[in-house]
Design a protein around this ligand. Structure first.
Ligand SMILES: [Zn+2]
Length: 260
């Protein structure tokens, strides 16, 4: 996806009366400047679902899905009644412009959410208020995967949604990764949901915090990394991500309380 295409679509979205846009930071590399934008939808008094995409600049399927979600909201779609949305459609615009996983100076932003060592993670950490979020979803693409899978982190007394989402996707015929492999651990069909002990062991080995782990560490009740196969230039991933997001929204709206 060319960066100009992204910019043009974001500028059009900013004109929608259904969405409230905020440029919460501008990152710079030499003479190049990249705005980071957030789009809010729904009643500000409701618990929020944070949808984040593009932390890896070459995983454009997630960015495309976030843009399509925003474009549907701008067109009048209302997929939620008990939650609001906060969508950050592209967290690594220099990586998107360059077609690289990392940002322009080679930092993998998604291992830097424990500290303010990248412009992008510092801006996002400063902007997002974890206390207002019921759910955080971070969209990624996996070049090795053949099907979609979820990485689900949640508090010990929070009801699971991952299994309900996997059941919906199965009913819709979305291909799921049979044995997702995440951070050295193997999950069950379409879902990797580590126990607290698994996660603590992973965090002892890993170098830094991902966005999903940041959400978990900051007590967001449920956080997800959604991983879709990166085929067809991201088109298939975008369609799968959007289907999975709508399944997650439906499962969440059907759940009587955030934590139960
Ligand atoms: Zn990724």
């Amino acid at each position: 996806m060319p960066i100009d295409t992204l910019e043009n679509r974001l500028i059009l979205l900013a004109q929608s009366p259904s969405l409230r846009v905020q440029t919460f930071a501008t990152v710079s590399y030499g003479d190049a400047w990249f705005p980071l934008r957030a789009f809010a939808w729904g009643d500000a008094a409701l618990p929020a679902i944070y949808v984040l995409a593009g932390v890896h600049g070459d995983e454009t399927g997630g960015v495309e899905a976030a843009l399509r979600l925003l474009e549907s909201l701008a067109g009048g779609a209302a997929p939620l009644t008990r939650h609001r949305l906060l969508v950050l459609p592209c967290l690594n615009p220099s990586g998107l412009a360059d077609g690289t996983r990392a940002n322009r100076i080679g930092q993998d932003i998604n291992r830097q959410f424990h500290a303010d060592r990248t412009q992008e993670s510092a801006a996002v950490r400063g902007f997002l208020d974890a206390r207002q979020a019921a759910v955080l979803v971070d969209l990624h693409c996996d070049r090795q995967a053949e099907g979609l899978y979820l990485f689900e982190l949640r508090g010990e007394r929070v009801s699971p949604l991952g299994e309900a989402v996997v059941a919906s996707l199965t009913a819709l015929g979305v291909p799921l990764e049979e044995a997702p492999f995440f951070a050295g651990c193997i999950g069950s069909r379409g879902l990797f949901a580590p126990s607290m002990a698994d996660l603590e062991e992973f965090q002892r080995r890993a170098l830094g915090q991902s966005l999903a782990e940041w959400g978990w560490a900051n007590s967001i009740p449920r956080t997800y990394a959604l991983e879709a196969p990166m085929g067809n230039g991201g088109e298939q991933a975008a369609t799968m991500h959007l289907t999975a997001l709508l399944a997650l929204f439906a499962a969440l709206e059907a759940t009587p309380a955030i934590a139960e």
